[in-house]
Write a protein that binds this ligand. Structure first.
Ligand SMILES: [Zn+2]
Length: 394
């Protein structure tokens, strides 16, 4: 049994508790929460919060840390991925995966939605105390390859399942796949109850789908592969309408829409009609790294979307750190969003997105969410500062 107390406890289930305490049993399950008696000094100067839920990571790209140029746009990013993904030793790749997973755990991540293109992260995820849902991500521009690609993904998902991981196929994005693979992989993934989809990450993505123009369309067309028709609608509307050919809408499954930098009212409304459980994952540091842009938080909040936070990968970020993502959002949207809202995005909404809100995401009796200490905070104003650090206690 352990008893932890701090200046404020953010339970995500009611107001923050001033001079609050949390008591956990030896398995980390919460058995009691409350306020210290008057006059008692809390053990920690800082905030206690539930463990983070990192809703979007590509752990397997950890070996690319420090190798990518910034501000290249999406087409430049794809070129770098194609150039730099080869030539790194297997042992170095595995070591980087272990290093980052340990660090994520130490800094307080309790659950994670992680993208995989291969099996290199599976053993590390299977051994980690962090719960992961693995999205086996598919791309492929040639419609005739669809069955073979899906079959490969099913095999990878079986391999992950054999190690005890939750895993299923998922489509990558509108700009890397044939229409057929896009809808069939989404339909296949939805059978598991969960898909994750890179959505409206850049203006170029919408331009490509809507008008067939822009840097991403040029890049796609230059590869000599089968190209997509010009659709006249946004990339998210295309995703919804293409999926409708395969599934009856609305779908029940959890749909994690990742990035949402260049979205709009029409796209959001169409997605909300199509997906009963849409989660909108923000990866702000990655967006700044590649595009020097951020999502329109006012627009997203106006629609009462379930917002979540992810770190993306070390090919488009300098660090995998949920607290740094929160700092980024707090610094850019100081007037538009409170720390408590950001914390909800980084914990409880993410837990719901992964269907794990019974265990993670808030400090409540019976849950085992992990307990994280934030130090160097602005306690009077319920905010974090640029010096705030996060550290797992339980
Ligand atoms: Zn991603």
């Amino acid at each position: 049994m352990r008893n932890l107390s701090a200046t404020k406890v953010f339970t995500l289930n009611g107001d923050p508790v001033v001079n609050g305490f949390v008591e956990v049993d030896d398995e980390g399950a919460i058995v009691n929460i409350g306020q210290l008696p008057a006059g008692a000094t809390p053990q920690y100067n800082g905030f206690l919060i539930p463990g983070f839920v990192n809703c979007h990571c590509h752990l397997e790209l950890s070996y690319l840390k420090g190798k990518f140029e910034e501000a290249t746009g999406m087409d430049g990013f794809i070129q770098q991925i194609n150039e730099k993904r080869t030539g790194v030793e297997y042992s170095e790749r595995i070591a980087s995966i272990k290093r980052e997973m340990e660090n994520l755990y130490r800094e307080g991540v309790s659950a994670m939605g992680d993208i995989s293109n291969c099996d290199e992260t599976f053993p590390v995820k299977a051994e980690s105390k962090v719960y992961t849902r693995t999205f086996i991500e598919l791309f492929g521009t040639e419609p005739e390859d669809t069955e073979a690609i899906l079959e490969g993904a099913r095999k990878l998902a079986c391999e992950a399942s054999a190690l005890g991981l939750d895993a299923a196929p998922t489509p990558h994005s509108c700009y890397t796949m044939s229409m057929k693979l896009n809808r069939l992989s989404a339909a296949e993934g939805l059978k598991s109850g969960f898909i994750s989809y890179h959505n409206q990450e850049s203006r170029e993505e919408n331009d490509m789908i809507k008008y067939g123009t822009g840097a991403l369309a040029d890049d796609y067309n230059s590869r000599g592969t089968t190209t997509l028709p010009v659709m006249g609608i946004s990339s998210l509307q295309y995703f919804v309408r293409n999926l409708a050919k395969e599934c009856s809408l609305p779908v029940d499954g959890h749909v994690l829409l990742v990035h949402n930098v260049d979205t709009d009212d029409e796209s959001i409304e169409e997605a909300l009609r199509a997906f009963k459980n849409a989660y909108w994952v923000l990866c702000p540091l990655s967006n700044i790294f590649i595009h020097r842009k951020l999502p329109d938080i006012v627009l997203l909040k106006k629609h009462n979307l379930k917002l979540c936070i992810g770190t993306d990968s070390l090919s488009s970020n300098h660090i995998l750190s949920m607290i740094e993502e929160i700092k980024c959002l707090q610094n850019h949207f100081r007037e538009e969003v409170t720390f408590e809202e950001l914390l909800r995005w980084a914990t409880l909404n993410g837990a719901e997105a992964l269907g794990k809100e019974n265990v993670y995401g808030s400090l409540e009796i019976g849950k085992k969410p992990g307990i994280v200490l934030l130090e160097n905070v602005d306690s009077d104003n319920n905010r974090i500062t640029n010096l705030t650090t996060s550290k797992r206690l339980v």
